[in-house]
Design a protein around this ligand. Structure first.
Ligand code: AMP
Ligand code: GLY
Length: 429
């Protein structure tokens, strides 16, 4: 098969690495691609990830058998629809199905209709009305830009003052552009977060192992939220009953509900779930692979990823194996100085040649200068991933390798996976 993979993140590097292991692959093309993906396929940097017409033209020119769309902006831009309109098969959600992620108010309506447990929420465009509602909640709440904001449009508030500042930033100052022209004010939930990924063809659902992201920039979950600073899988603290409730009542129920409203969801569905004292409750649905969850999960997939993509795209997911090794897997993100704020680029990255052979390094904000020297080019630079028989083993090897990689100003969390085996206990409130 000729495959065109859209994107340029660490997640797409991991997908390229895994697809390259498939006997079904003839040639991989990546648009726009990155320095890591270039090892596995031909990169086409001039075609942007949301440039639907250029992607469609490229897919036709290379006679793509399958176009893989794995990230939120291209799905929201309708890349899958544009490719399908040219009679080319695509893996990923249509723009209409991806609304589950690109509009939090759409997701909230779907959850209300399907009786999926989520936090109480209301949507506002008027800053005065939003402020009055936030004040009525008396402190703890979460203020979210309605649209996509690279993981940065959410403010978890302890006080009304924090909520008012977040409302003003979105609705008065336009900090998130059009994505923040509506805000959703949400009841604050307490518990532990889990990412629940699954492949689906719109009917059949095949769950991936559960995983846990660390979204705050600093150790101990301190500081502003980022796109994700590191992930471990699977969480030993998640009970079988909680896991089963998430599979049935959160993931499968949403897939059925999407089919029920005439927007069948095909691709990867990834609910973000808070496991609370009253059980799992959803805080968002994503319509794509997580980053860096993908980098941590795919090394434990024993089945052929390309066969799974092709089966999802053709409504045949029930016919292919989806098997996982069960290994513990840990990924640590190394980010640029200043991230999640503005960060410098062009800093040389060294030490990659000293990394263990069984450790994966997936590149994101990194590029080759003069087609040789690797330098930083963005916020999250790379993710170092290791597997082990136990979480402690995987964690030790991941950090051992992180310490061999260097660039000026590098920042990473030192506690990824540290609480993986800590039981989740709820204090009486
Ligand atoms: P989201 O963009 O909806 O995934 O939110 C980003 C992060 O904000 C999540 O990973 C949570 O840590 C936090 N968050 C979102 N919604 C809530 C909520 N209702 N209660 C507590 N924390 C939340
Ligand atoms: N790791 C969080 C996300 O991909 O949304």
């Amino acid at each position: 098969m000729n495959v065109l993979l859209i994107g340029s993140g660490g997640r797409e590097h991991a997908i390229a690495w895994k697809i390259a292991q498939s006997p079904l692959l003839s040639k991989l093309w990546c648009a726009p691609g990155n320095a890591g993906m270039a090892e596995f396929g031909e990169v086409v940097p001039e075609v942007g990830a949301t440039d639907t017409q250029a992607i469609r033209a490229l897919a036709e020119r290379i006679r793509a058998d399958l176009v893989v769309v794995s990230s939120d902006d291209p799905l929201a831009a309708g890349v899958v629809d544009a490719v399908q309109a040219a009679d080319i098969t695509a893996f990923g959600a249509t723009r209409a199905a991806a609304e589950l992620e690109w509009s939090k108010s759409f997701a909230n309506d779907l959850m209300a209709r399907a009786a999926i447990d989520t936090a109480a929420n209301r949507t506002f465009t008027d800053p005065d009305e939003a402020t009055a509602y936030a004040r009525s909640l008396g402190g703890p709440c979460v203020v979210k830009a309605d649209g996509l904001a690279a993981g940065k449009g959410v403010t978890v508030c302890d006080t009304t003052e924090q909520a008012v500042a977040a409302i003003d930033a979105a609705l008065r100052d336009g900090t998130f552009g059009a994505s923040g022209s509506r805000v959703v004010i949400v009841e604050r939930m307490y518990g532990r977060e889990v990412s629940a990924h699954a492949f689906t063809d719109g009917v059949t659902v095949r769950h991936m192992p559960f995983s846990c992201d660390h979204k705050a920039i600093f150790d101990g979950n301190v500081g502003p939220n980022t796109g994700g600073m590191g992930v471990y899988a699977p969480p030993a603290w998640l009970t079988d009953a909680q896991a089963e409730a998430i599979r049935r009542e959160v993931t499968e129920r949403a897939v059925s509900a999407m089919a029920g409203i005439g927007r069948p969801f095909s691709g990867v569905i990834y609910p973000g779930v808070m496991v609370t004292a009253t059980g799992p409750r959803v805080f968002e649905y994503n319509g794509r692979f997580g980053d860096p969850e993908t980098q941590v999960l795919l090394p434990t997939l024993q089945s052929d990823l390309l066969a799974i993509f092709d089966a999802c795209a053709h409504g045949r997911l029930a016919e292919v194996p989806v098997e996982w090794s069960g290994a513990a897997s840990v990924g640590v993100v190394m980010a640029s100085e200043g991230y999640p704020g503005p960060s410098p680029s062009g800093r040389p990255i060294t030490g990659l040649d000293a990394v263990d052979a069984d450790v994966q390094v997936f590149l994101a904000g990194a590029k080759r200068e003069d087609s040789a020297r690797l330098v930083t080019s963005g916020g999250r630079v790379l993710c170092v991933v290791a597997q082990g028989a136990t979480m402690e083993e995987a964690r030790a090897q991941a950090y051992d390798n992180v310490r061999r990689i260097h660039f000026a100003g590098a920042q990473y969390r030192t506690d990824i996976g540290a609480t993986a085996s800590e039981p989740l206990v709820f204090a009486a409130r």
